[in-house]
Structure formats: C-alpha cells, structure tokens
Design a binder for this molecule. Sequence first.
Ligand code: NDP
Length: 448
Amino acid sequence: MSRATEFVQQFQKEVHQKDPNQTEFLQAIDEFLSTITPFLEKHPEYVEKNILSLVTEPERLIQFRVPWQDDAGNWKINRGYRIQFNSALGPYKGGLRFHPSVNLSILKFLAFEQVFKNSLTGLPIGGGKGGSDFDPKGKSDAEIMRFCQSFMTELIKYIGPDTDVPAGDIGVGGREIGYLYGAYKRIKQYDAGVLTGKPLDFWGSQGRTEATGYGVAYFVKELLHDLNDDFTNKRVFVSGSGNVAIYAIEKLQELGAKVITCSDSDGFIYDDEGIDLTLLKDIKEVQRERLTAYAKIKSTAQYHEGSVWDFATKADLAFPCATQNEINQKQAEQIVKNGVKVVAEGANMPCNAEAVDCFLENAIYYCPGKAANAGGVAVSALEMAQNSQRLSWTKEEVNEKLEKIMRTIYRSCRDTAKEYGAGNNFMLGANIAGFEKVAKAMIAQGLV
Ligand code: NDP
C-alpha cells in the first residue's frame, strides 16, 4: 500500500470518529477522499503537511438564535448558522439556505464543497455557507421580512465585503436578499458588496439570477462540443422548479433541447410537448404556487406524486436541480435504463455515492455539482467586482464572462482527469483541480 493510500485511509477513519453523526458532511468528505490519492502520490509534500486535516476542518463555525414574531403575535425561535470554512483564496463566499432540514452537517458539506467550487472558478473567493432551519413555506411577506431582519441582526457581526459575503440558496432568493441587505444597511450603512444576488435596483449584477442554471447548461454545451454533438432535439429531465431549475430550463431550451420534466418536493410534471417556461415562471416566481397549478392549466402535462427520478421514459440528458441526495442507486439505474448519457448536477450533491458509482460504471458522463453549478458563485464574484468599482456591467458582458468561466472549469475537470489517467471521471478532475489550488495557497500561508 502506498504512503498516500495509507494516509488517506487513516485520515478517513479519524474524520468519521470525530463527527460520526454528520452524515452529509462525511458523505462529501468520502467522495473527495475517493479521488485524491493519485494527487497525493504525485505530491508527497502535502502528506508531510497533514493537508487533509487542515483542509477539512472549518476555520470557524458560528451558531446563533433567531427570535422572531409571527403574524398572530407568537414568539418563534429558529437556529441560524454561518460556516466560515476556508479563506485561503479570498473572503468566505457561499449562500444562505432557509429550509427546515438545515443543520450543521448539511451546512458543513455545502461549505466544504463550496471551497473547491470557488477555487475552480479561478476567482479570488474562499468558501462558506450558512442559513437557518426556518421554513419560508406558507409564511407571509411580513413574516419573511421580520425573520430576515432578526437573522441579519446577529449575522452582521461576522460578515463584511472583504471578510464574508453571503448570497442565496434554497429558500433565499431576491426578496430575502433585499430584506437582509436592508437590515444590514440600517446598522452599518452602505456596503453593497456584503451580499450578492441583490436585486438589480440596488447593485445586483445583471445575469446573477440566471447564472447557476445557465452555467450548468454551458458546462454540458462544452462537453457535447467535445463529443461532436449539441443540444438540438435532446430530451432532457430537469428536477426542481426553483432558481436553478428555471434558468437551466431557459438556457437548455434556448440551445435547442426539449425539457420534459420539472419537480417540487411533492411531485413532478411530465410534459411531452416540452415545459412551458412562461407558465412555469408565472406559477413559481409570481404566484409562488405549487406545481399542481401547472397541470391544471396545461392540458399536455401530467402531474405525478413522488420523485421524477423513478419515472420511466426515454431521455438523453438529466439535470438534477433540486437538493442533496435526490437520486439513489435504484433511481440512477432507472436513469441509465431511460437512455440518459449525461448527468449534470445543478444542485449540490443530488446523487448519492451509489448513484455516482452507477453512472461511472455505465460510462455516463457525470458532471459533479462543484464544477457544473459553479456559475452562480462565479457571477456573485463578478457582482462583488462591480460593487467595488461602483459600476454595472451589461447582461451581455456578464453572460460572456460566465460562459468563458464555465468553459475553463469544464476543461480543467477534463484535462485534470486525463492527467491522472482517470478517463472521463470529471469528479476526480474537479476534486483534484479545485483542491490543488487551495492546498497550495494554504501551505504557502503557513500553519494557520
Ligand atoms: P430554490 O429554493 O429556488 O428551489 C429549490 C427547488 O428544489 C424547489 O423546487 C424545491 O421544491 C425543490 N426541493 C427542495 N428540497 C427538496 C426536497 N427535499 N425534495 C425534493 N425537492 C426539493 O433553490 P435553488 O434553485 O437556489 O437551489 C437548488 C439547488 O441548487 C440546491 O442544492 C442549491 O444548493 C444548489 N445551488 C444553488 C445555487 C444558486 O445560485 N441558487 C448555486 C449553486 C448550487 P419545494 O418548493 O417543494 O421545496
């Protein structure tokens, strides 16, 4: 057994012993460790420096109480968090998630992956993540505002345009970022660069709303280009119907694909004519309704309860854009049976470990979220640059930069996988390429 293999195995044991209940965090670490040995064999100096312990330990975990009052006058308490994982490459950067499932394990997995994702963009940003177990579903606008104000009253102590710059994620869109920014500004005055994903009226960037969804489509565009293919008439599964899903559908349709599904946490739409995006946007972004409303209006659409990934119909590409672990092994086998050749993750870690193995064994092109969905954070970093310059770039400028960044990320995953003799294993490519830059910076900065 090589020294690097021994080092990785020993470390894996230790990390599982340290946080045995942090299932999602350990899942993300295991996935990373399954690919990193070839790099450590080539670079034994990182083994000497105990790099795995250093890179998997967050610099800081912040947890706080978020008190707020509902419309009926009841006193409510939620938990708020910010994980400041790694600042070797720049200020902590990563979204805020408001969802009842939020806990330390989920946020640590998201923050850990964010470190490598941000490194892959080539932009000067470190990694972080935060949020709350607050459930925005069914809350009034006034309740959302009060919650955001209370959340920011505490979070403000730890963030700043040059230290930690949060953005949106599940349950946190333009409306929430607006309320969070308002609360921040009331206390600290103008500091536009402290949050990204801001509405355009107050220093948001053109193209940020669309960036994650567009970015994942651009990533696959590059892959298809390598295969002498394109999106024309491809049948596509998309899951989710939130920010990432909607703008992935928009770009995929623009590039010639036919998207036949979208979903929420109750069920999914199958529309063999192709998803009607105008209708979907109206239901989700304007009416803030459930997907059942879509099937009531569009006669060609079928609504099914349960997961879209159990559904059997022919397709070419799959874009999971909802949440972590939405695809298990059985569902991955169904996706393979459906004829899918490319799985590209708009969401973070939507495929569990067995599902990823199933894709790799069946020679499916598997595009991991930390590379394929990096478009959102990339445009967030462009928003920070515009805020510092007090300038706004045009939609075309931002979009052109985004496409270029996604092309570079794709090539970096592809070329790194090849360099390490791993064929088309983009997961290995993404992990090694993202890790190398962070590790190099950390070692250069000494034992801190
Ligand atoms: P949104 O809140 O806008 O949308 C989330 C979508 O996923 C909704 O359709 C939601 O359905 C569905 N969903 C959430 N939880 C579950 C669940 N447990 N089971 C099934 N469906 C579920 O979030 P985003 O679109 O912003 O985020 C989606 C994913 O993309 C997340 O993994 C996020 O971390 C990742 N991501 C987001 C980025 C961004 O810029 N926003 C950047 C990079 C990654 P319902 O309404 O029923 O809850």
